[in-house]
Design a protein around this ligand. Structure first.
Ligand code: GLN
Length: 536
């Protein structure tokens, strides 16, 4: 019998509901329970695939090709369990399902309404994931903040589930902020009281309050919150700002968040949590023996969230190498012939980021030329790999107008071109080449050595590909295609001969890196950068 936990947020956005949900899930998992986490986003887009990274941060892609919220990345990184489309639902998707049913005549004769039709569809999406896989616990994170117009149907669905299932089957954790007023030297509970009132107006009494705070909560404050918000004092959980998100499970363990949940839901869990691997990872992360500087060249650098999974993959790979990885975001638009040496010569490695469109391409090409010629470790992801192919064709093969069709549709030498099955696609949502595809690696290649095998599966999100008409020419000149899709021959990996580390991948390795399974390519890229630094 699956039990349900809802995580809501109050006072302000960006309090870290995703991290709290993932941390609780990790603790429950470490006590032998099977847990799934899902995220409900109250916006109307069917999925975040059509959102600009500036709006919404990175678009995280699952094995089954769903374009999802970046919180799913946290879930995978913490739990080491893959997610799928069912783990991320938006208001748009809920309405689409209900409207499709209405058109099909499923509600014939009835007026279709928010209550019960929309709320029923929300409840169906909550329970289906638990029932299908027999999870002990499903944690559902509700995006947005209590009081938002958009979240109302979700809160109403929670109220109904609480009523239908009772408090031993279903609970609500509310994440709030306890601000510190410098002038008064005091932590203030009023915003939390108000946000609990917002929930009460929707008929929801939270069971646990997780309070984000910059200062420890005294017993007195805890009791005050308990009294005014109607939760027992043990259910007032302190969530101090942490050095790293990976500390949060241990902080929550100390606050007994897992024990409180287990008790309230009467879960049959192991007495002691098994967090050995997690602690080892944290130990390495906090005690590095060496340090490297990596440039992350992209065009959404103002916003760290745009490259979330890349930053996290470096943390995982750094920890296992006992190496502190300092990632320096470098704006591709600021790179040209004049600035490239200054900006990249001190770097131990350079990663060229994924992306779309023409902006910043020229800077990326300048960067790659410099890295290639100066033998600085290079790692290109998706657009980064495509740029490596264009740069090579231009500067080594001397095909002056070599280009990606995405950047220059008129080029006579489109070394990167639109995939044939993308031709004619007009709809923008969910139409890229998405999700997991197999790839066969060449024996003896650097990439195969990194993985320790030749058959892999990785996740994708792109419309353009290496144009195989140029394959022989490019291969012969030294940029080898060392990874191919076994069915279609699509080039998935290129690596440069005679360079210490020059690898470009069409897929997104960062999406599969987790605390317990750091991605092999990030691990070997970090290793190569450490070696490069020693050789300086
Ligand atoms: N814009 C490129 C394409 O669509 C690369 C996409 C990416 O970097 N995710 O193929």
């Amino acid at each position: 019998m699956t039990k349900y936990i809802f995580v809501t947020g109050g006072v302000t956005s960006s309090l870290g509901k995703g991290i709290i949900s993932a941390s609780l899930a990790k603790l429950l998992q470490s006590r032998g329970l099977s847990v799934a986490i899902q995220k409900f986003d109250p916006y109307i887009n069917i999925d975040p695939g059509t959102l600009n990274p500036y709006e919404h941060g990175e678009c995280y892609v699952t094995d089954d090709g769903a374009e999802t919220d970046l919180d799913l990345g946290h879930y995978e990184r913490f739990l080491n369990v893959p997610t799928s489309q069912a783990n991320n639902i938006t208001t748009g998707r809920i309405y689409q399902a209900v409207i499709n049913k209405e058109r099909a005549g499923d509600y014939l004769g009835k007026t279709v309404q928010v209550v019960p039709h929309i709320t029923d569809e929300i409840k169906r999406r909550v329970t289906i994931i638990g029932e299908k896989n027999n999870y002990d616990v499903v944690i559902t994170e509700i995006g947005g903040t209590a009081g938002d117009i958009e979240s109302l149907p979700f809160l109403e669905a929670i109220r109904q589930m609480r009523r239908d299932l009772g408090s031993e089957m279903c609970m609500v954790i509310h994440l709030t902020l306890i601000p510190y007023l410098k002038a008064a030297k005091e932590l203030k509970t009023k915003p939390t009281q108000h946000s609990v009132k917002e929930l009460l107006q929707q008929g929801i009494q939270p069971d646990i309050l997780v309070c984000r705070t910059e200062h420890p909560l005294s017993q007195e404050i805890r009791e005050k919150i308990s009294l005014f918000c109607n939760v027992d004092v043990k259910s007032v959980i302190e969530a101090m700002d942490a050095d790293t998100i990976y500390d949060v499970p241990l902080l929550m363990l100390k606050e007994k968040l897992d024990k409180t949940v287990i008790k309230k839901l009467k879960l049959k869990a192991n007495k002691t949590p098994d967090l050995e691997a997690w602690k080892e990872f944290l130990g390495n992360l906090k005690n590095p023996t060496t340090e490297i500087n990596i440039a992350l060249v992209g065009k959404y650098n103002e916003l760290q969230d745009a490259y979330k999974s890349i930053y996290e993959a470096f943390i995982h790979a750094g920890s296992i190498n006992e190496c502190k990885v300092n990632v320096h975001p470098i704006h591709s638009e600021g790179l040209d012939k004049a600035t490239v040496t200054d900006m990249l010569s001190k770097m131990d490695g350079v990663l060229i980021a994924p992306g779309f469109g023409e902006r910043g391409i020229s800077g990326k090409l300048h960067a790659i030329k410099y890295i290639r010629e100066n033998k600085i470790p290079f790692f290109g992801i998706c657009l980064g790999m495509q740029c490596a192919v264009v740069e090579f064709a231009k500067n080594v093969l001397k095909i002056k107008d070599a280009a990606s069709e995405e950047v220059n549709p008129k080029s006579a030498n489109p070394v990167i071109h639109l995939m044939p099955d993308q031709v004619g696609i007009k709809l923008m949502g969910g139409t890229m080449r998405l999700g997991a595809f197999d790839c066969k690696l060449a024996k003896g290649s650097k990439v195969a050595k990194s993985y320790g095998k030749t058959s892999i599966s990785e996740r994708h999100r792109h419309r353009y590909e290496f144009n195989n008409e140029y394959l022989e020419q490019i291969n012969q000149a030294g940029l080898k295609a060392t990874g191919l899709n076994p069915q279609t021959g699509l080039v998935e990996v290129v690596e440069l001969e005679g360079h210490p580390f020059f690898i470009g991948v069409q897929y997104h390795p960062e999406l599969k890196s987790t605390v317990e399974n750091p991605h092999p390519l990030f691990v070997s890229f970090v290793k190569a950068a450490v070696t490069a630094k020693l050789g300086k």
